[in-house]
Design a protein around this ligand. Structure first.
Ligand code: NDP
Ligand code: OXD
Length: 310
């Protein structure tokens, strides 16, 4: 590795020091510094939500490593033409996403909120067990996270269907692909889990038309991006009884504005964009390994296709 290799860190809102220490320990020959306007030009960047000015001042970058899986916000910026954009490739996220989605689906299926409410009222009462076969789960997006989620749900013996752009084969999951099979996928699902990337093709994909095609009494779990969901359409379908409710981790505006109806809605469970957190040590190890591989001229996983948008 050349002694001159520079890495610039630009993650406004994150505490930089532990990242710098970790990256320096993993790549002892590299200079790793926090970016500031006028900073020295670097070979690689580690970023989350950088300003456009960052790229305008660093046009020579060879690799831009996002410390997240979704790169929708990054791809809205003007990026150096030759730079490879690389997303986190699991790095400890898929197990978190699987546990989050399984708990949301199981909490709904087992009516655990209704039990909690009864217990809070001092009532010791039982509800009729529901049939797993009546709760087929559809996972939109069968990439790094969606595949792990679909497999975990199948382990709990839910019928699982999945949908992706290109055809996939996953044991225990009935897979559908492409726009032509989207209607069949929706009709086969009662619970809809969203793990798509946000692209022009997927923006607003969960709307009145598509959510109405789920089996009656359906349930929505949105863990990908807020802009996939048309909030008012979800609320209308829940309020009309067509959908039973939703678990929502991601929002069009984060933090969710206090006046938003989701806050008070009894059938919506919310968390503050925490389904799968970036784990610093795992991420540093992955990014350092990929920088070393790039330096050796080897291929790496997780390169984003800017035309495809993910
Ligand atoms: P991947 O890029 O690995 O997978 C994306 C999947 O979506 C692929 O299966 C892809 O199809 C499919 N897809 C993309 N476009 C379309 C389309 N137009 N029609 C049908 N299928 C499509 O992403 P990850 O699994 O790593 O992450 C998914 C998203 O999860 C991220 O983009 C991010 O927004 C979100 N996320 C949320 C977190 C949270 O805490 N809430 C944390 C981390 C990520 P194909 O297989 O054919 O390429
Ligand atoms: C991500 C996220 O994309 O945290 O990694 O949402």
């Amino acid at each position: 590795m050349p002694l001159t290799m520079n890495i610039t860190f630009c993650c406004p809102g994150s505490t930089a020091e532990p990242w710098l220490l970790g990256l320096r320990a993993a790549l002892p020959q590299a200079q790793v510094e926090v970016w500031h306007s006028g900073a020295a030009r670097a070979d690689y960047a580690v970023v989350w939500a950088p300003p456009q000015q960052f790229f305008d001042e660093q046009p020579q970058l060879r690799g831009v490593f996002a410390i997240g899986a979704g790169v929708d916000a990054l791809l809205k910026l003007r990026l150096p033409a030759q730079a490879r954009v690389v997303r986190l490739d699991d790095a400890g996220m898929s197990v978190q996403m699987a546990e989050y989605v399984c708990q949301a689906v199981i909490r709904h299926f087992r009516e655990l909120d209704a039990y909690a409410a009864a217990i809070a009222q001092g009532q010791w009462s039982y509800r009729k067990p529901r049939k797993r076969a009546d709760f087929p789960v559809g996972v939109m997006g069968l990439g790094v996270l969606g595949t792990r989620v679909a497999q975990a749900l199948a382990q709990f013996e839910f019928p699982v269907v999945g949908w992706s752009r290109s055809a996939r084969t996953i044991e225990g999951v009935r897979c559908f692909a492409g726009a032509a099979q989207f209607k069949d996928f929706l009709a086969a699902a009662k619970v809809l889990v969203n793990l798509l990337p946000l692209t022009p093709d997927t923006q607003g994909i969960m709307c009145l038309d598509t959510l109405s095609q789920l089996q009656h009494g359906g349930y929505v779990v949105n863990v990908a991006r807020g802009a996939h969901l048309v909030d008012e359409d979800l609320l209308a379908l829940i309020d009309s009884g067509q959908l039973a409710g939703a678990t929502v981790d991601v929002f069009r505006t984060e933090p969710l504005p206090p006046e938003h109806r989701f806050w008070q809605h009894p059938k919506i469970t919310m968390t503050p964009h925490t389904a799968a957190r970036t784990l610093r040590d795992e991420s540093i190890a992955q990014i350092a390994g990929k920088i070393e591989a790039m330096e050796r001229g080897e291929p790496i996983a997780g390169i984003v296709d800017p035309v495809r948008g993910y």
